[in-house]
Design a protein around this ligand. Structure first.
Ligand SMILES: [Zn+2]
Length: 429
């Protein structure tokens, strides 16, 4: 299938952060083959099967959500206004233990749909059992980095099964899926289990997804036990020998910043979740100033309480200015890079997606800018971060396939998904 998008204002998110006022994008199969500023010979010669007129719309790379737990939509607005440890151990885990595989499937389908509806084309997901997540990714045709299972069926053979599992899914489905090993957190896994996960990731050639230094209790607990920070302990156990996406990183020492930098760890900044759980505010201005790869995550819908990625971008641009009383920090262009290229790098797709350039995979969104709150469009970068709403995302394309058009989901049944999740919530909550 050859798809041509015409008359779009294009934000390619290239190195120069250029803007194309009225441009053409040609997609052949899964790949971007044209990005042109005018109707060139190449555009005229492009024999498209389908043309989308994007007049009044802005084309951007799709957003990359580097931390989520999609099935937790079931627990939306349940267990609110509690600190992290009471919320997790008192509310989330006891209810999650009652989830059937079917519940997880429908909750995850809702979570992925909600993300697509705010422009997410690539996501990191961490949930159990992870093979259900993989099925959902295939059904939605979204790009994803899935964190492999917490546990395997047979403890005797856990290590071999674990390696086989992450190897099997890594780079599968036309390259849409990357698989990572998982360490939930230093306070929920033993040293032995952490070391085994690192060995598995090394053997399978994958990365790692982990929560690090989210709330003060984690720092206190680990310091009391080892007289070191969680970051220092995880480094000493070899975790950062593999490419790592560390969610949160709210409570860091100077030494922890050194480790982030030295080990090229990608941070998944989750501002709404950190605020709602009262965990604190990560020092993103310092991370950016030190050249650390910071990306953006929604976290689960139970700690957020929505998976609207555009709201996370807005939050990212706002809280650090207020927190540091400095409006110069975390500017709009930086937020857009965090949401696209930095996220793609974090999830191992840096060479394929994150910008709209010839040769890259066609993961892009069209934003309807014919809205009161986007008029006038004086600065498209500022508009995307400070004025845009998730519901302005009109069309979502991943790997050259249309996942949503005119806000209608193309591949999944929105009503059926909502119906089933409502039914599950009625039973469990
Ligand atoms: Zn999380």
């Amino acid at each position: 299938m050859k798809l041509l998008i015409k008359n779009a204002k294009i934000l390619p998110v290239d190195a120069a952060m250029s803007v194309i006022e009225n441009g053409w994008i040609g997609i052949d199969g899964s790949t971007i083959v044209l990005v042109e500023e005018r109707e060139t010979e190449a555009v005229l010669a492009f024999d498209a099967d389908r043309v989308i007129d994007a007049k009044g719309k802005m084309a951007m790379p799709g957003f990359v959500n580097t931390h989520s737990h999609s099935p937790m939509t079931i627990l939306r607005c349940y267990g609110d206004d509690l600190p992290l440890n009471e919320w997790l151990f008192g509310k989330m885990i006891p209810t999650e233990e009652k989830f059937s595989k079917e519940d997880i499937y429908w909750g995850g389908m809702l979570g992925m749909m909600e993300q697509i509806k705010s422009g997410v084309t690539c996501l990191a997901d961490m949930y159990e059992p992870s093979n259900i997540l993989t099925d959902m990714v295939v059904e939605n045709q979204i790009r994803a980095n899935i964190a492999g299972p917490h546990i395997t069926m047979n403890p005797e053979k856990e290590y071999e099964e674990y390696v086989a599992h992450i190897k099997k899914w890594n780079n599968s489905h036309d390259g849409l899926i990357r698989e990572s090993a998982i360490i939930h957190a230093i306070y929920t896994y033993s040293e032995e289990k952490i070391r085994a996960r690192v060995a598995a990731a090394k053997e399978a050639g994958t990365g790692m997804q982990i929560h690090i230094s989210e709330a003060p209790f984690e720092q206190a607990q680990i310091f009391e036990k080892y007289q070191k920070t969680p970051m220092q302990m995880l480094e000493s156990w070899g975790v950062f020998d593999v490419p790592t996406v560390a969610a949160h990183c709210v409570h860091l020492t100077d030494g922890d910043f050194e480790i982030l930098k030295k080990r090229d760890i990608s941070v998944a900044h989750c501002p709404s979740s950190n605020l709602k759980l009262g965990s604190g505010i990560a020092d993103v201005p310092r991370m950016l100033a030190e050249g650390i790869n910071v990306s953006i995550g929604t976290d689960g819908a139970s700690s957020n309480s929505n998976l609207n990625f555009v709201e996370e971008m807005h939050m990212t641009a706002m809280i650090h200015k207020g927190n540091s009383m400095n409006p110069l920090v975390v500017n709009a262009k930086e937020v857009i890079r965090m949401a696209t290229v930095n996220g793609a790098k974090a999830l191992g797709f840096g060479n394929e997606v994150g910008s709209l350039e010839v040769g890259k995979k066609a993961d892009l969104i069209l934003v309807d800018t014919d809205k009161a709150h986007l008029t006038p469009l004086n600065n498209p970068f500022s508009a995307a971060v400070y004025s845009m709403q998730g519901s302005d995302v009109d069309t979502v394309i991943v790997n050259g396939k249309i996942l949503m058009e005119n806000r209608e989901m193309s591949l999944v049944d929105e009503e059926k998904i909502k119906y089933n999740v409502n039914k599950i919530a009625k039973r469990l909550i």
